[in-house]
Design a protein around this ligand. Structure first.
Ligand code: UDP
Ligand code: MG
Length: 309
């Protein structure tokens, strides 16, 4: 029988963990595969880890991997995938926003020969107009900037064959934009659609600050277009300044100097200052990430691992 490892990142999800276990058991009992669950405890400070231990006691096919602190979802996923060993791995959120009912479908497509089966949400229920708009812009920007195609409205929820997930595991960059990494590895990919449900319980860990950083991570790790953009603006301004300089010199030679405008001077200084600071900022974003990469720290640290059986 083919085997499937289900990787579930968990951060302070005590309210929803039991619900998840029930749902996943219900769905998986009809699947003709041998399956296991690896919970990755991403440094939860509530009762989540204790619950995982209890769940493991009762049913050994639920294992858990406890990280030493909160590293963030991308790292929790990485840790989980590093510990997967089945023929395929499914990555799913614990909050039941990714309906487990889709897994049999994913498995069916995997049997048909697809290496990656990912789930794209049809609609974003219960999300503000602003969030929908920013998400849509984000996909448009990142896809126009980078050569790889990141599917719109697609989270991490997906099934990957062993071939695909070992390929992802080989990418050890510290700046981990998982959607990008998943898309980068390629292989035969299949898109499924689903309705994303509201959270079953608990609260989202995202806010606008985090989303902004996430977007920057995504763009900087898959495109250096912003750097090139800075070069283009710099060149454009330089050419313009040179021409303007020639005009001023010519004017002074012919008409003499009548102490021309302070306003135009101020505008030029402010404009150039603004552009320079922006360009420096862009360089800084990349430099900071290089700094992080160059330290070569491990991506995560494991406190305790109880493999599922
Ligand atoms: N999560 C995690 N570490 C974090 C934040 C979140 O492992 O630092 C997990 C969380 O427990 C959940 C999944 O990542 O299983 C998605 O988180 P959330 O529901 O907050 O994100 P959203 O669905 O709102 O995008
Ligand atoms: Mg969620």
């Amino acid at each position: 029988m083919p085997s499937v490892d289900i990787i579930v990142p968990v951060y302070n999800e005590q309210d929803v963990l039991p619900l998840f276990v029930e749902r996943i058991k219900e769905v998986m009992q009809d699947c003709n595969v041998s399956w296991r669950v690896i919970f990755v405890d991403d440094g939860s400070s509530d009762d989540s880890l204790n619950q995982m231990k209890d769940i493991h006691e009762q049913e050994s096919r639920f294992g858990y991997l406890a990280l030493s602190r909160n590293f963030g979802k991308e790292y929790a996923l990485t840790a989980g995938l590093d510990h997967a060993s089945a023929d395929a791995a499914v990555v799913i959120d614990v909050d039941l926003q990714d309906p487990p009912e889709l897994i049999p479908d994913m498995i069916a497509h995997w049997h048909q020969g697809y290496d990656v089966v990912y789930a794209t949400r049809k609609a974003r229920h219960g999300e503000s107009l602003a969030k929908k708009a920013t998400a849509s812009w984000f996909y448009r920007i990142i896809n126009s900037m980078s050569k790889i195609d990141i599917p719109k409205d697609t989270g991490d929820y997906r099934l990957m064959s062993r071939k695909a997930y070992t390929a992802v595991n080989k990418l050890r960059e510290r700046n981990r934009f998982m959607k990008g990494l998943f898309a980068w590895v390629g292989f035969k990919q299949k898109q499924l659609y689903f309705e994303r449900e509201p959270r079953a319980a608990g609260e989202t860990k995202w806010n606008y600050g985090k989303l902004w950083r996430f977007a920057l991570d995504g763009i900087t790790s898959f495109s250096y277009l912003p750097l090139r953009f800075a070069t283009w603006i710099g060149m454009f301004v330089a050419i313009f300044a040179f021409l303007y300089g020639a005009v001023i010199i010519g004017k002074t030679l012919i008409l003499g100097n009548d102490v021309p405008g302070y306003p135009s001077l101020m505008v030029v200084i402010l404009f150039l200052g603004g552009i320079q600071l922006t360009a420096l900022g862009i360089i800084g974003e990349y430099l900071g990430r290089m700094f992080n990469e160059s330290k070569q720290r491990p991506l995560y640290l494991v406190d305790e691992y109880q493999p599922p059986e």
